[in-house]
Design a protein around this ligand. Structure first.
Ligand code: AMP
Ligand code: GLY
Length: 419
């Protein structure tokens, strides 16, 4: 069987690598992918994620059994609808189901309608109304661009003035373009943040191990928000009862609600949660796998990934099994300056193998050789599994110390909350 993964980051590297390890999978293509992936035997296809008809043509000509869609913008653009219309199977939600991610306001409406616990909120497109609402709340308060903003459209304001300024930036100064033409203003939720993922088809869902991302750029959760600087799974200090409660109060009602709305969900559902004093509450839904969470969750899958997804697509019961010991932890290495401006073309260390996996994101071969150079914000990620968080940290940080990371940076405290 031949498969296609759409996307180019570390998440897609992890998905494609795991699929290629599955029995019965002969070849995995990644469109457009990155050169680092070829070191794991993956085949790159030079087609962009928004070129749906070219992707469809490729999938048909190459007998692709099904495609796995990685990025949110592809899903929001209706790639799965287009594949399905062309008679092709794809693992990912339709454009209408993916609205859970691409409109925060829609996600909020669904949560309110189906009783899913989340922060109290108001949605505004008029600045004066937003300002009046903010002035009635207490700080801290959260201001979010309604649409997709690559994780950067959220301001956790420490004061009412800062919140008003953020709303001004989004609604009047157009800082986030169309994404910020509407803002969601939200109550600040206090508690531990974690990610809960499920593989879903309609009302059937399969929960993945819990994970915790580190969104801020620098140690101690300082600096700007990024796509994610490292993660680990499972989160050892989250009891199973919290997962069970999240399933009952969040996953089940939202999937039921989506069916009732005629937007039955297929694919990976990603719930970003905060464990508050009143139990888990939703900060956001994403309609896809997390990056970097995928890179630390999928190595824990002990069943046949391709067979599992085939079964879910066919509405058969999949036999999904996970490693139930130890912890898998990964640290992202990024270009200095990320998430703002950064240089490209820096030489990267050799790929690690065996005990420590290297997943590539922004990596590209030099003009005339197979030496990998940096080519993006998040460049690569080292991932390992060990008995404890501190043992995993030791392995990864020892390895990173041996690598030449000139011009690159990483956090030194991934997994720190578990210690
Ligand atoms: P999001 O893009 O919605 O994941 O938000 C980015 C980050 O902002 C989250 O990972 C949280 O750390 C923080 N955040 C978002 N919404 C809230 C909230 N209502 N209360 C507290 N923190 C929040
Ligand atoms: N890890 C954050 C995200 O994928 O959105």
């Amino acid at each position: 069987m031949k498969l296609l993964v759409v996307g180019s980051g570390g998440r897609e590297h992890a998905i494609a690598k795991k699929l290629l390890e599955s029995q019965g999978v002969d070849q995995v293509f990644v469109a457009p992918g990155n050169d680092g992936m070829t070191l794991d035997g993956l085949d790159l296809v030079n087609i962009g994620i928004s070129e749906h008809s070219k992707l469809i043509e490729f999938a048909k000509e190459n007998d692709i059994a099904w495609s796995f869609i990685g990025p949110d913008d592809a899903l929001a653009a209706g790639i799965v609808d287009d594949f399905n219309q062309a008679g092709l199977k794809a693992f990912g939600p339709s454009r209408l189901a993916a609205e859970l991610e691409w409109s925060k306001d829609f996600a909020k409406e669904i949560m309110v309608k189906y009783g899913v616990p989340t922060a109290a909120y108001g949605t505004f497109s008029d600045f004066e109304e937003a300002k009046a609402y903010i002035e009635k709340q207490e700080a801290p308060i959260v201001v979010k661009a309604d649409g997709l903003a690559l994780g950067k459209g959220v301001v956790v304001a420490e004061t009412v003035e800062q919140a008003v300024e953020a709303a001004h930036d989004m609604l009047l100064d157009n800082k986030f373009g169309d994404s910020g033409a509407r803002v969601v203003i939200e109550e600040f939720l206090d508690g531990e943040e974690f990610s809960l993922f499920a593989f879903v088809n309609g009302d059937k869902f399969y929960i993945l191990p819990t994970a915790q991302d580190h969104k801020r750029a620098y140690d101690g959760d300082k600096g700007p928000n990024t796509g994610g600087m490292g993660a680990y799974a499972p989160v050892p200090h989250l009891p199973q009862s919290v997962v069970d409660q999240s399933v009952e109060t969040i996953i089940k009602p939202v999937l039921k609600g989506m069916i009732a709305e005629g937007r039955s969900y297929l694919g990976v559902l990603y719930a970003g949660l905060i464990l508050t004093a009143d139990g888990p509450k939703v900060i956001e839904f994403n309609s896809r796998f997390g990056d970097p969470e995928t890179q630390i969750i999928l190595p824990r899958l002990t069943s046949d990934f391709a067979q599992n997804i085939t079964d879910i697509l066919d509405k058969k019961e999949p036999a999904i099994t996970w490693l139930n010991e130890g912890v898998t932890l990964g640290v992202v290495v990024a270009s200095e300056g990320y998430p703002l401006d950064y240089e490209k073309g820096l030489p990267l260390p050799e790929k690690t193998d065996g005990d420590i996996i290297t997943y590539y994101a922004g990596a590209k071969f030099a003009e005339n050789s197979r030496a990998l150079l940096s080519n993006g914000g998040r460049v690569y990620m080292l991932v390992t599994t060990a008995d404890t968080v501190s043992a995993a940290q030791e392995k990864i940080y020892d390895q990173l110390k041996k690598q030449d990371t000139t011009g690159l940076f990483y956090r030194h405290d991934i997994g720190g909350k578990a210690l």
